[in-house]
Design a protein around this ligand. Structure first.
Ligand code: GLA
Length: 375
C-alpha cells in the first residue's frame, strides 16, 4: 500500500531515524547517570504530509491497525498502541508551546520491533523531525534544537504511551553521528560525541537478539526505577548520581544491590570513555563483561538467554559481551575481532540450539548517523 493510495496525494517528504544499542551505562538514565549509546544502521522511515485541519491519519505497513483523530483527542493514554508514539510527539510539542498542525503519516520501514533496539524511539524521532520540518519549528538543525525534540519524544513515551523510561533511546536516535558513541549525561542532558569506530582497529560488534520478549518487563522496569529512587531518598540525595560506594555500603539487602549497580555502572561509563578517548577501544571488553555481571547479579534484569548469549560469545573469542537495553529478553552485544565474527555468531547459535532455545537473530552493528530527512 502506497502513501498516495491511502491518503489520495503524495507525501511532502520522507524522514528516517535509527534504532540504538547502548554500549554501556545501562539502567542509569533515570538516576541522572551517564550512558553511551550509538545509533544503528537499521532505521524507521516515515512518509508524511502536513494538514491544515488539525487531523491526524496514521498508518503503518507493519501494523494492521491505523489511527485517525484530531490533535485535541491526543493526550495521556490516547491513542493506544503504536500510534501513541507518533501522536504523542505532536501533543508534547504543542504542550511545549510549538504550533503544529495535523499530518498524514505512513510508516514504510521499521527498526526490528521488540528486539530491544528502540523501535519506539526511532518512530518518535522520525515523526518529530518530520513535524519540525513541516511546521517550520526550526529545531532539527542544531544539537540544542534536537534536544527539544528529544524531550518531546520522551514526554510522548512517558505521558501519552505511559512507559516511564529515561531519555537515552530518544537521544541516541536523534543526536548520534556516524563513527561515534553518544556520551549522554542525564543530569543536565548534555552530550558529547565520543569516537567509536571498532572496524578501524579490526573489531566488530554483533547484536544478538535472543527473540525473548518478557511479558513482565514493564512492571519490572518500573520496580527497578522505584527502588533506585527510594535508595537515593534513603541516602538523602537527589539521585544516585551523587552516591559513593561508601553510601552504597550503608544500605542493606536489595536496596544495596540495586544502588551498587547504578554507582558502579556510572563509573564503568567513565572508564570506557577514558579508554575510547585514549584510542584504546580494544581494551573495553572487561568493562562490558563487568556491566553484564552487575546487571545480572545486582540489578537482576538479565535472563538465561541473555546470559548464555554473552557467555557463549566470550568463550568463542569475543573481547566482551553484555545485555543491552532494558533487559528480561531483547538483545545482547558482543565486541569481536572481525576475523572471529562468524565463528562467534555460529557458537552462539550452537549454544542456543543445545539449550533448546529459539535461534537468535544475529546482526553486525555499525555506529551510524541519527535522524535525518531522506527526501
Ligand atoms: C530502556 C529504556 C531506557 C533505559 C534502558 C536501560 O531501553 O527505554 O530509557 O532506561 O531501558 O538502560
Amino acid at each position: 500500500m502506497r502513501f498516495a493510495e491511502l491518503f489520495g496525494r503524495e507525501p511532502d517528504g520522507r524522514w528516517a531515524a535509527p534504532g540504538r544499542v547502548n554500549l554501556i551505562g545501562e539502567h542509569v538514565d533515570y538516576a541522572q547517570g551517564l550512558c553511551l549509546p550509538f545509533a544503528l544502521a537499521q532505521r524507521t522511515v516515515v512518509e508524511v504530509a502536513a494538514r491544515t485541519d488539525g487531523r491526524l491519519r496514521l498508518r503503518s505497513l507493519s501494523e494492521t491497525d491505523g489511527w485517525e483523530g484530531t490533535l485535541d483527542e491526543v493526550g495521556p493514554g490516547s491513542p493506544a498502541g503504536w500510534a501513541g508514539y507518533v501522536a504523542g510527539v505532536l501533543w508534547a510539542l504543542r504542550e511545549a508551546g510549538h504550533e503544529v498542525g495535523g499530518i498524514d503519516l505512513l510508516v514504510t520501514d521499521t527498526v526490528p520491533l521488540g528486539a530491544g533496539l528502540s523501535s519506539s524511539a526511532a518512530l518518535e524521532s522520525a515523526a518529530a523531525l518530520a513535524v519540525d520540518d513541516l511546521f517550520g519549528l526550526g529545531l532539527g538543525g542544531s544539537p540544542t534544537g534536537r534536544g527539544t525534540l528529544v524531550a518531546a519524544s520522551q514526554r510522548a513515551e512517558n505521558e501519552v504511551v505511559g512507559a516511564a523510561t529515561g531519555g537515552m533511546d530518544q537521544a541516541a536516535s536523534m543526536l548520534s553521528t556516524a563513527g561515534h558513541a553518544l556520551l549522554l549525561d542525564t543530569r543536565d542532558n548534555s552530550t558529547r560525541q565520543v569516537p567509536f569506530a571498532p572496524r578501524d582497529v579490526g573489531l566488530g560488534l554483533l547484536v544478538i537478539d535472543t527473540r525473548v520478549r518478557h511479558s513482565h518487563a514493564d512492571g519490572q522496569y518500573g520496580a527497578r526505577r522505584a527502588s533506585v529512587e527510594k535508595a537515593a531518598a534513603t541516602l538523602g540525595l537527589p539521585s544516585l548520581r551523587d552516591a559513593s560506594l561508601a553510601d552504597v555500603e550503608s544500605l542493606e539487602g536489595e536496596a544495596q544491590r540495586r544502588a551498587r549497580h547504578v554507582v558502579t555502572e556510572i563509573a564503568r561509563v567513565r572508564e570506557t570513555v577514558e579508554l575510547l578517548d585514549a584510542g584504546r577501544l580494544a581494551d573495553i571488553g572487561p568493562l562490558l563483561d563487568a556491566s553484564h555481571a552487575s546487571l545480572a547479579g545486582d540489578y537482576e534484569v538479565s535472563c538465561a538467554e541473555l546470559d548464555l548469549a554473552c557467555a557463549a560469545a566470550r568463550e568463542a573469542g569475543a573481547a566482551g559481551a553484555r545485555m543491552t537495553g532494558g533487559g528480561f529478553g531483547g538483545s545482547a552485544i558482543a565486541l569481536v575481532p572481525l576475523d572471529r565474527a562468524d565463528a562467534v555468531a555460529d557458537a552462539v547459535r550452537a549454544a542456543f540450539a543445545d539449550a533448546g532455545y529459539r535461534e537468535p537473530e544475529i546482526r553486525p552493528a555499525e555506529p551510524s548517523e541519527g535522524a535525518t530527512r531522506l527526501s
